[in-house]
Design a protein around this ligand. Sequence first.
Ligand code: SF4
Length: 485
Amino acid sequence: MTKKLNKNTDKPICNAPFTSAYYFGLRGNLGFCCSWEDDKQPYYKVNKDGPPEEFWTSQYAQDIRQQMLNGEWPEGCYNCKWHEDRGLESDIDMFRKIPVDVKDFDVVHGNTTHKKPVYLDYRPDNLCNLSCIQCSPGNSTLIEDFGDNETWGIGQDTWRGSLKYIKENKERFHEIEYFVNEHLLHQGLLQIKLLGGEPTINAGVQRTLKHLIDNDYAKDIRLKVTTNFTNLNKTYEMFSHFKEVHITASIDGAGKTYEYVRHPAKWKAVRKNLLTFMEKYLVKPGYSLSLNTCIMTHMAFTLTDWLSELLDLWFCERIRLVGVKGRDNLWGSIMLIPVTELHSSINAIPSKFIDDILYELETLKKTLNRRNKKFVDAMDEVGFKAEDWKYTESPEYTIDKLIKVFQDHKYDEEAHYAWAVMAMAQHNFKNCDITKLDPRFLEMFDMLDEETVFTKNKYKFPGSYKSWKENKEKDPNFKFFPSNK
Ligand code: SF4
């Protein structure tokens, strides 16, 4: 098949389908990137759509490449399109930097030089030591346990399909590892991104790193690892064999908000690990760091507290600790990721609260922008000027993006209900009370009429409906949600 060209630019919308593979072994998902919206256009499902080794040249892959060359957005690219339409950075920028010539792109083989992906995003399994609110059983063994054993059936209601799928795919982990080692790790690989679960505690990840080191591939590869920073263990020593090392820290908020969201991590310990990493590794050539912060309902009412602390840590402490010695490693940014899962999406927040949140953000922007004295002083010390700093890596960008995220809010009663039910399940299983974070959460519970909401949603949430009904029959005054009334 000959390559058809995009009439206008001769460039695809995105380079990922020509250069990159994403493999989430436990979910059996193969694709080109992690930004893909599986709900809108499914990933290539291993075994259902075909064996993993046929993915790269499959009709599925060819159709997406051709669409990209035609200048048409595939449905699965919803997330990137959302960002691009608003003038925000999307993952497209990262894939544009891959050093493979566009002239080398090919619909059938992706690219004619390697005929394989040169970037790999690999998530072998779900072993994790945290159970974060927005996460799912596919990414955390603790949430898998929550889904299996939470007594009100809410975990089952939310993740029934994925819990079943995970159990089936767990049997295949040898096959998954074999496929990756044999087909996706190769001499021409330029970047590997490892995620979990928590990759630093995963023996499979350590085997993959060892494979790359033993085959002498590591010295040419940029390694990217996403970690929760609950430890700085011996896996970090393996990183030094790689050409470059980029660490992404998953840090959702700070202080008590962080501890609610990323149970059972302790903010003080994680903060200390982050600072130690900056001091010990971020000063070495080839190392870099960025932060991923998910944005969800649970963080919306304490924005001023956690955002101030995070911006301080990122824009002042980091620069001070890394100093002139690691000046070249200071280019990473805080990536804000709006969560789309129904029970965590900010669309669960009733509209009456949004103006206050936007006002808080505007106020914060006035005091914490790049002209903030502390930030300017820290930059001065390492010889940067405020105007040297890219807007997309500045505190203003972080706040501006949050403002855009909240301006885009659209109240969704179903999300409100899903949030309430999941918050109660979290309370039941993990003993963490969201109403202690901010009184507005109690108001959010009180705005739901239990009777209406449970009967309306009984087919979607049969387990939670059954628990509510049983309790109501025993005691007509029973309240599933906490209430001030
Ligand atoms: S546009 Fe975004 S979602 Fe689509 S392939 Fe590229 S990175 Fe992935």
